[in-house]
Design a protein around this ligand. Structure first.
Ligand SMILES: N[C@@H](CCC(=O)N[C@@H](CS)C(=O)NCC(=O)O)C(=O)O
Length: 215
């Protein structure tokens, strides 16, 4: 059985969501971000991203990490692509063409959507009253959201007209933009798609556990 190291309040969430969608049995070992602890090196500190045992597995000191037999991999999107390929089924790419599209959206999500969406979420959380700062961050998201709006106006899902690993990967970064109320409303196809993704029982199960985890 694969083992995932990470907490629900981290990018491990997208791996847990996918595993639930695909019915993959996966052990989840909690590893909290070191920066969330008062002293990650204290003797009683929980296993965290700065613990020597964890750093031996993750030189970058970041969760998630997946261990599957002798294989140890980092990067939540790479982990999802591995799980999809290994376990197969309708959430995995059906052929080479779909695999290319899944990769295309994975790279677009990581390079175009995530940096802008994360910057927006962090700006809103750091200074909720700083409207100008949030406006500037939101402006950088306008183009990626317009790209997704155009795609999702013509297709119900990211790839293959069905829910796949590409939706899990993309939805988990688009949701950061919800930090700015009303922003995604201006992109109705994105809004409807995100709501459909997040209404799925597997997402709901993951989210309930995430909410139950201390912030
Ligand atoms: N691109 C990586 C990002 C990994 C990452 O930054 N993880 C954060 C939690 S979401 C982390 O572990 N941070 C610990 C730290 O920066 O000390 C992925 O998607 O897995």
């Amino acid at each position: 059985m694969p083992t995932l190291y990470g907490v629900y309040r981290s990018r491990a969430a997208r791996n847990i969501w996918l595993a639930l969608e695909m019915g993959i049995e996966m052990e989840v070992v909690p590893v909290i971000q070191g920066y969330r602890l008062p002293d990650p090196h204290a003797s009683g500190a929980p296993l965290n991203t700065q613990s020597p045992d964890f750093l031996a597995m993750s030189p970058a000191g970041a969760v998630p990490i997946l261990r599957d037999g002798d294989l140890v991999i980092s990067e939540s999107v790479a982990i999802n692509l591995y799980l999809a390929r290994k376990y197969g089924g309708p959430l995995a790419p059906a052929d080479l063409e779909e695999e290319a599209q899944v990769l295309q959206w994975a790279f677009y999500g990581m390079t175009a959507v995530e940096p802008a969406a994360l910057a927006l979420m962090q700006a809103v959380m750091a200074s909720p009253a700083d409207v100008a700062g949030a406006d500037a961050a939101a402006a950088k998201l306008a183009r990626p959201l317009a790209v997704l709006q155009a795609h999702l106006s013509a297709h119900p899902y990211m790839v293959g007209d069905r829910f796949t690993v590409a939706d899990v990967n993309t939805a988990e970064v688009v949701r950061y933009a919800r930090a700015r109320p009303g922003l995604i409303d201006a992109y109705p196809a994105v809004d409807a798609w995100l709501k459909a993704c997040q209404a799925r029982p597997a997402f709901q199960a993951m989210w309930a556990k995430r909410e139950a985890e201390p912030a």
